[in-house]
Design a protein around this ligand. Structure first.
Ligand code: 5GP
Length: 196
C-alpha cells in the first residue's frame, strides 16, 4: 500500500451512497504534509510532460493544487462555481454536475488566465463519474490550450469516470484507486498500482 492508501485505511470513512469521507485530512481539515508527498509523487509520474499551469476546481481541489504547484513551480488557476446566468464574454464556461450535492453548477475561468500555449496539469481530490474533469477539459479546449495530464488523489474505480477519461487518451494518474468499498463493514479495497 502507498502512503495515501494507508491514510485512507486509517482515517477514511465509508458512507452509504458510495461516498468515501476523508474530511480529516483531505476535504475539511487538510494535512499539508500529505499534500506535499502527493506533489512529489505526481512530479515523478509527470516528469516527462511539460507543465506550465495547474487547473483545479473549487473548493476541495484548491489546497491540494497549491501545494502540488510548488513541485512544478507553476501558477494555479481554479474554476469557480458561478450562480450568475449573465456571464460576459470574458469567461470560459462549462456545466458540471456535482456527484456529492446532486446539483448542476456553471463553472467559469477568466480568459485572462488560460491561453492557447498553456500546457495544463489538472489536479482534483476525487474522480467518480468524471463530470468535474470533463468540465475542466472542456474549458482547456475552449482556450485552445492542451491537457498535459490529470492527477487525482482518490479515484473511485467502481464508477466509470476513470475509464471514460483514459479512453479519451489522457494521462490520468490517480494516487489511490478504490476498487470496492462497503459501508456496512467499512472495508476498502484498492487496485494494484505500479510503484514509482
Ligand atoms: P465526478 O465529477 O467525477 O462525478 O465527481 C468528482 C467530484 O465529486 C470531486 O471533485 C469531489 O468533490 C466529489 N466526490 C465524488 N465522490 C466523492 C466521494 O466519495 N467523497 C468525497 N468526499 N467527494 C466525492
Amino acid at each position: 500500500m502507498n502512503f495515501l492508501e494507508e491514510r485512507i485505511i486509517k482515517d477514511g470513512i465509508v458512507k452509504e451512497g458510495n461516498i468515501l469521507k476523508v474530511d480529516s485530512f483531505l476535504n475539511h481539515q487538510l494535512d499539508v504534509s500529505l499534500f506535499e508527498q502527493m506533489g512529489i509523487e505526481w512530479a515523478k509520474r509527470f516528469q516527462d510532460v511539460e507543465v506550465n499551469k495547474i487547473l483545479t476546481i473549487e473548493a476541495s481541489g484548491i489546497g491540494i493544487a497549491c501545494v502540488v504547484a510548488r513541485q512544478f513551480d507553476v501558477p494555479v488557476v481554479f474554476a469557480k462555481k458561478s450562480h450568475s446566468v449573465n456571464l460576459d464574454g470574458d469567461m470560459y464556461t462549462a456545466e458540471v454536475e456535482s456527484f456529492t450535492h446532486k446539483n448542476k453548477n456553471q463553472v467559469i475561468v477568466s480568459k485572462k488566465f488560460l491561453n492557447n500555449d498553456d500546457k495544463v496539469l489538472i489536479i482534483d481530490d476525487f474522480l467518480a463519474n468524471g463530470c468535474a474533469l470533463q468540465g475542466l477539459i472542456s474549458i482547456i479546449n475552449q482556450a485552445g490550450a492542451s491537457v498535459a495530464g490529470i492527477g487525482i488523489a482518490i479515484e473511485k474505480g467502481f464508477q466509470n469516470g476513470g475509464q471514460i477519461i483514459r479512453n479519451m487518451g489522457y494521462k490520468l494518474e490517480s494516487l489511490a484507486i478504490v476498487d470496492s468499498m462497503d459501508a456496512s463493514t467499512g472495508t476498502i479495497e484498492f487496485r494494484e498500482q505500479k510503484l514509482y
